[in-house]
Design a binder for this molecule. Structure first.
Ligand code: AQP
Length: 331
């Protein structure tokens, strides 16, 4: 990262599967646009991803690929920091100190914990429970002013603010109290159940489009996307599937819903779905091309994540040392 540009933004994505167009249009695309105006700190949150059990070799491969893919999406290391969370050991250290200032009841109220406990009932681990504390640590270590949050993360950010204020009250001003960054991206829904968000860990592969899907995969998945029994391309109530495809088409073409409705006036869902697939293929092609170049150069990728981790460690160590001093640890 070249130089600091005023306000700091922190955001992260988990390498918990292959990055989807939900992650891209909902978060990563925005990140690339924020880089010119903010001091951006991005992380690949592999520690967070561990809340779901993984095969070690596959996890390593997916983390590396996700790192390269996010570079291909436009994260620019001349402007931003982009590190792999487990390589910066301050995150776990601060998380423990913050866990000791977070109430059990506060964590137990988190709806994401309740949802994930239901969907992963075979592995309700303590990491899943204390996930928001690690997120708190990620944010506070870099004294982030803003955190881009979707609806699902709003409650976690509220908790972040509560614990930050508690810490500052107990030990004197230490941390910046982070604000939500409102201008968030589009919400993309599952192609199979458009009442749910598209997720990279959804067991149904046809529920999501991954950034590295081939043109055939994209065409087939969009063709099979759940819609409704009507055929008129018009955004409206009880049309979650169609609304979702319109959102995806709008994200890929920049067209408004009005423009899309006019374009497909008198045409059926079949024709619209073909256009959505084509637009996606065209939109993702440059990212896929850049990815195939970057992934060949393992030395370059390693240099990128190592340099970023070193810089992240320098910045975060300063915060951690201040916290240790205030708590009363011997330095
Ligand atoms: N469907 C979505 N639409 C819009 N934004 C989305 N995000 C995720 N899914 C959608 C945003 O992507 C960023 C990174 O997400 P994450 O990897 O930290 O975790 P997540 O939100 O839990 O994403 P997934 O894909 O659903 O992962 P899994 O399946 O592992 O839980 C966040 O900013 C998120 O809002």
């Amino acid at each position: 990262m070249s130089q600091r540009k005023g306000k700091t933004i922190f955001s992260a994505v988990q390498p918990s599967g292959d990055i989807t167009i939900g992650n891209y249009f909902g978060a990563v695309k925005n990140w690339t646009q924020l880089q010119s105006d903010f001091n951006c700190i991005f992380a690949l949150a592999d520690l967070h991803a561990l809340t779901i059990r993984k095969d070690a070799e596959e996890f390593k491969q997916k983390t590396l690929e996700a790192y390269a893919l996010l570079l291909a999406c436009g994260i620019d290391l001349k402007k931003s920091l982009f590190f792999i969370q487990s390589q910066v050991n301050t995150h776990c250290q601060l998380a423990w100190m913050l866990a000791c200032h977070t109430g059990f009841g506060e964590l137990a109220r988190m709806t994401q914990f309740k949802d994930k406990s239901n969907s992963h009932s075979g592995n309700v681990n303590c990491g899943l429970f204390s996930y928001p504390v690690l997120m708190l640590s990620d944010i506070l270590l870099y004294r982030a002013d803003f955190v881009p949050v979707g609806q699902d993360q709003k409650q976690h950010l509220e908790l972040t603010r509560t614990v930050t204020e508690r810490f500052n009250f107990l030990y004197g001003p230490t941390f910046t109290v982070p604000e939500p960054y409102i201008k968030s991206g589009a919400k993309i829904k599952s192609l199979k159940d458009p009442t749910k968000k598209m997720s990279k860990s959804d067991p149904d592969l046809n529920s999501r489009i991954e950034l590295l899907d081939s043109p055939d995969e994209i065409v087939n998945k969009v063709k099979r996307a759940v819609t409704d029994s009507e055929s008129h391309v018009k955004y409206g109530a009880n049309k979650d599937g169609l609304n979702n495809l319109m959102t995806i088409y709008s994200c890929t073409t920049g067209k408004t819903f009005d423009e899309i409705e006019k374009e497909f006036d008198g045409k059926g869902y079949g024709e619209f779905k073909s256009a959505v697939a084509e637009a996606l293929i065209e939109h993702l092609a440059p990212i896929q091309n850049r990815f195939s170049e970057i992934i060949k150069d393992k030395g370059y990728i390693e240099k990128c994540y190592k340099d970023s981790a070193e810089e992240a460690l320098n910045i975060s160590n300063e915060t951690l040392n201040e916290v240790k001093k205030k708590i009363g640890f011997i330095l």
